[in-house]
Design a protein around this ligand. Structure first.
Ligand SMILES: Nc1nc2c(c(=O)[nH]1)N[C@H]1C(S)=C(S)[C@@H](COP(=O)(O)O)O[C@H]1N2
Ligand SMILES: [Mo]
Length: 398
């Protein structure tokens, strides 16, 4: 936008603010906006639905049981959540750039029904403002979370969840308002009314769409590797490099959780409690109980996931030791003195599933301290944040 463009045509005097028609690039077109908008809606839609799954999975009680199969389900939905969220960033930037001249659109001119037209314009602009603000908030808070950076004072999950509904509501409203324009945009090819004049360096709308697609694709590749083993090396935006003891990344070390002394003191016992009944088991006693081996992933809410082969005691066998049944939930408490991940709840479906273990070993060796030594929970189709490490107590909810 050159200076000459902000000159008022009638008076010849410079204007302070530009106007919509000062932006003459054919790239600022509803034909581009509608196409990028469809990709954006698809990415946002997948991100929203997988987000609902993740939110529900982290609730402590499930009116409708959360399924324990397939074991890799949460790994896929949460991987998709983070990958589609990241892909939304370049799409949203291009979409905003394409339509931003409309920001300078003038208010309706005087004429019949002006008040009504003013009101409609106001409502439409307000809804777009809400849409942009909530979309930016979701992406910024989500990306900060997956980078394990919590600069905000609010609690992440309830806020991210609530704002998601506002974002989706304003998207639905926006699409409804723009539907006639979208129809028109798709009625012909994207470059249909472009000046066919010469100039090889002049970018076309098709070129912009292609570049946008490539940017979104690269973003997907750069983040997907934290869940897709073969892609790990090219995943420059991944938040974990895939390394860690026993071939598995670590989220929160024993030192960070302040459990080193308690976990390694040698005096550790597992307490299993149900009402008045309780048993205390040493590590040797646990290891003498029937052992099961299961290959199950850790699927972190922050987007990375990795599979491990775990050996330990079935949680339902431990529940039976105190007279509990697999229809009862179990509260798991860590040795960790404080923090939101100190406890978790195994809902009845998870207790009942024979693959749910109190794991003592990983890849055939005792658990590394950072993976939860002496014992940790591992259950199928469960968010990583609930796979509690350094377990000290299981309490059956009779
Ligand atoms: N006690 C305790 N357990 C915990 C955590 C924690 O901070 N404290 N972090 C959880 C999270 S967010 C994840 S993703 C997994 C990671 O397990 P890993 O470090 O063995 O890979 O452990 C979970 N268990
Ligand atoms: Mo996690």
């Amino acid at each position: 936008m050159g200076r000459e463009r902000t000159t008022d045509r009638s008076s010849g005097r410079p204007r302070l603010l530009p106007r919509e028609d000062d932006f003459t690039s054919p790239l600022h077109s509803h034909r581009v906006a509608a196409r990028v908008g469809v990709w954006l809606a698809a990415a946002f839609g997948v991100c929203f639905l997988t987000g609902l799954v993740s939110h529900y999975a982290q609730e402590t009680s499930h009116p409708v049981p959360f399924p324990t199969s397939p074991a890799w389900g949460y790994r896929v939905t949460q991987g998709l959540h983070v990958v589609t969220g990241a892909a939304t960033v370049p799409l949203l930037l291009v979409k905003l750039w394409t339509v931003y001249p409309r920001f300078w659109q003038r208010l309706p001119r005087p004429g019949p029904h002006r008040t009504r037209r003013l009101l409609l314009t106001g409502v439409e602009r307000a809804s777009v403002a809400v849409l942009v603000a909530t979309a930016v908030f979701q992406l910024a808070s989500g990306l900060a979370n997956s980078a394990q950076w919590y600069p905000f004072a609010f609690s992440f999950r309830p806020t991210h969840y609530a704002v998601a509904w506002v974002a989706v509501g304003s998207i639905v409203l926006h699409v409804a308002v723009k539907l006639p324009l979208v129809r028109d945009a798709f009625a012909g090819p994207v470059d249909v009314d472009e000046d066919p004049g010469p100039g090889p360096e002049r970018p076309t709308r098709r070129g912009l769409l292609r570049a946008t697609g490539v940017a979104a694709g690269l973003t997907v590749l750069a983040t997907a590797g934290q869940s897709v083993p073969g892609l790990r090396r090219i995943s420059v935006l991944a938040t974990t490099d895939g390394d860690g003891p026993q071939g598995l990344p670590v989220n929160t070390t024993a030192a960070e959780a302040d459990v080193v002394a308690r976990a390694t003191s040698g005096g550790w016992v597992l307490e299993v409690v149900r009402g008045e009944r309780s048993v205390r088991l040493t590590l040797a006693e646990l290891a003498a109980l029937p052992q099961r081996t299961e290959t199950l992933p850790i699927a972190c809410v922050e987007g990375w996931s990795a599979s491990g082969t775990w050996t330990g005691v079935r949680v339902r066998d431990l529940v039976a030791l105190v007279g509990g049944s697999p229809e009862e939930a179990v509260t798991v408490t860590s040795l960790q003195p404080e923090g939101p991940f100190r406890t978790s709840v195994l809902q009845p479906g998870f207790v009942d599933d024979g693959r749910t273990l109190l794991a003592l070993r990983l890849e055939g060796a005792p658990l590394a301290l950072d993976h939860g030594f002496p014992a940790r929970v591992i259950a199928p189709n469960r968010p990583g944040v609930l796979q509690t490490k350094w377990v000290g107590r299981l309490e059956v909810q009779a």
